[in-house]
Design a protein around this ligand. Structure first.
Ligand code: FAD
Ligand code: GLY
Length: 396
């Protein structure tokens, strides 16, 4: 918690925009609004930036992560990645914190014949879309990344997938919100959204009826908890569920250090500039369970060892669990909710770090009456709700 953090006895009684949840999505939107002069508060039940956004690996990987049916995600993901340099430059000005973009690239590798057949399919899909990818033999892959196992049979080189230190990014966003005049209200849970005459008008906070913040507009950016906020009918809530991800951090040494993100079919290894090697991640349908398990650690370490045997020597620094917010179709909900003056920015599933720039620019535009890019249209929450008030939704 920063020293500037807004404290309970000075809660604003009314704001232009109140945001529920201070993960990467809530903080990015708050920053964009605050820098545009909009009176904004983020209400966070714990410490800002310490849920899924902190656990994440920080890969900005639309080319590696696109699935066969996910062309709209690919478009949005590439647009968001292209926004990152400007996003970070503006963030440095507003926060005083420089967060470097790691452009060292990604290798997707195969470890046996079956993997290689599947990797070839993934390569052909990307080639057909004219994406910047290159097929490498095992030996060529080891030229790029000498620590790869002799078992590595082939690889796809993805020089245009980047990564970032998501924790540095969260610290910078928190600073930027505060320095631009936004308010952060931590350790305060939103118990319900108050709706009057069909419009969202205020947040009811924990600690009694008196603790309310009235707002002209409200944004739910509460990650996987977005579907359990009180005050809304069940059929108006965003259909978001938690998908548990267990992830490890190893400490690289001078001799044992990767430079690129390495993705095997089962795990990824993301080397950070500060010497951390992030190894992730499981994907488990376990509800809100956040217990780390021996089985997951075993799985991650075995699979990492298979791709990069030298990890055996590295110190184990951290084990963490994060809950990804996944919607019913695994795509984000960004835009108007079925309730007037209430907006959803949630369901970013595996891609919230990647999609933060596109989401925050679009939400800030929408909340201030400006035009929203066309790439956002497929992600309108309207796809989940049978209501007529979306007629004014997105424009280009
Ligand atoms: P969160 O970061 O979960 O933030 C939501 C916040 O809302 C929390 O701080 C919570 O305390 C608060 N909140 C909830 N309910 C309330 C309430 N009632 N009142 C007040 N506050 C509330 N994405 C990528 O792009 N690249 C990656 O490499 C990547 N790797 C990942 C690895 C793992 C292991 C995991 C788990 C996720 C990964 N992701 C990655 C996904 C990414 O982390 C998420 O999509 C993103 O963090 C979602 O951000 P968020 O702000 O919506 O949610
Ligand atoms: N995008 C990586 C993960 O969700 O694990």
């Amino acid at each position: 918690m920063s020293q500037d953090t807004y404290v309970e006895n000075s809660l604003p009684s009314s704001v232009d925009v109140a945001i529920v949840g201070g993960g990467i999505i809530g903080l990015s939107i708050a920053w964009q609004l605050a820098r545009a002069g909009v009176k904004t508060v983020v209400v966070e039940k714990n410490t800002v930036g310490r849920a899924a956004s902190w656990a994440a690996a920080g890969m900005l990987a639309p080319l590696a992560e696109v699935g066969f049916e996910e062309l709209e995600f690919l478009k949005l993901g590439r647009e968001s990645l292209a926004m990152y340099p400007t996003f970070l430059a503006e963030l440095e000005v507003d926060s005083g914190v420089a967060v470097p973009l790691d452009r060292r690239g990604t290798l997707m590798v195969s470890l046996d014949r079956d993997d290689t057949a599947e990797l070839r399919r993934l390569f052909e899909f990307r080639k057909k879309l004219s994406l910047p990818v290159r097929w490498l033999s095992g030996a060529e892959a080891r030229d790029e990344e000498p620590l790869l196992s002799p078992k590595v049979a082939a690889a796809i080189d993805l020089p245009d997938d980047y990564q970032i230190d998501n924790r540095e990014l969260l610290v910078a966003l928190e600073q930027a919100v505060l320095k631009c005049g936004g308010k952060l209200c931590e350790h305060t849970s939103v118990e319900k959204i108050i709706v009057e005459s069909g419009r969202a008008v205020a947040l009811q906070l924990d600690g009694g009826e008196q603790r309310q913040i009235s707002a002209t507009k409200i944004v739910v950016a509460a990650g996987c908890w977005s579907s359990v906020i009180g005050g809304l009918a069940k059929d108006k809530l965003p259909p978001v569920r938690p998908v548990k991800g267990q992830i490890l951090t190893l400490r690289m040494t001078t001799d044992i250090a990767l430079t690129k993100v390495v993705r095997s079919p089962r795990v990824y290894l993301a080397p950070k500039f500060d010497g951390r090697l992030v190894v992730g991640a499981t994907s488990e349908e376990m509800g809100f369970d956040t217990a780390p398990t021996a089985g997951a650690q075993l799985f991650l370490l075995e699979e990492a060892f298979d791709a990069v045997p030298a990890v055996y020597e590295l110190a184990l620094e951290e084990m963490r669990v994060g809950l990804r917010p996944a919607s019913r179709d695994n795509e984000p909900l960004i835009g108007e909710s079925p309730i007037a003056q209430l907006y959803y920015a949630t369901g970013h599933y595996r891609h919230g770090i990647l999609l933060a720039p596109a989401t925050s620019y679009a939400m800030a535009a929408m909340l201030t009456g400006k035009k929203v890019p066309e790439a956002l249209a497929p992600f309108s929450p309207s796809r989940f709700f049978n209501v007529t008030r979306f007629s004014t939704a997105l424009t280009t």
